[in-house]
Design a protein around this ligand. Structure first.
Ligand code: SF4
Ligand code: SF4
Length: 82
């Protein structure tokens, strides 16, 4: 199913992208991001991180380093744009 524009905004900032399919809901990225960019969906059968304040992202990449499941990537990295 195609994501609506509003939903796609919850998966990226200017600097990073989040693949919610890889998220294991460990919440380490929330603890790592000091800028309150990352939020969570936390209901019984549906749990994952999401981007709630993309405008606050400074591109520090702590979320990329914090996630051992590879859910975050530097924007453009998967397409070879750096
Ligand atoms: S660190 Fe990775 S696996 Fe853990 S909540 Fe964040 S995105 Fe999900
Ligand atoms: S790059 Fe830094 S500021 Fe942006 S979401 Fe990740 S940890 Fe937060």
């Amino acid at each position: 199913m195609k994501l609506r524009l509003r939903d796609r905004d919850k998966l990226r900032t200017k600097f990073i992208e989040l693949d919610t399919q890889k998220c294991q809901a460990c919440w380490k990225c929330l603890a790592g991001c000091k800028n309150n960019v990352i939020g969570k969906v936390d209901i019984i059968i549906h749990k994952h991180a999401l981007i709630k304040n993309p405008e606050n992202c400074t591109g520090c990449l702590k979320c990329v380093k914090a996630c051992e499941f590879g859910a975050y990537s530097k924007k453009g990295a998967q397409r070879g744009i750096n």
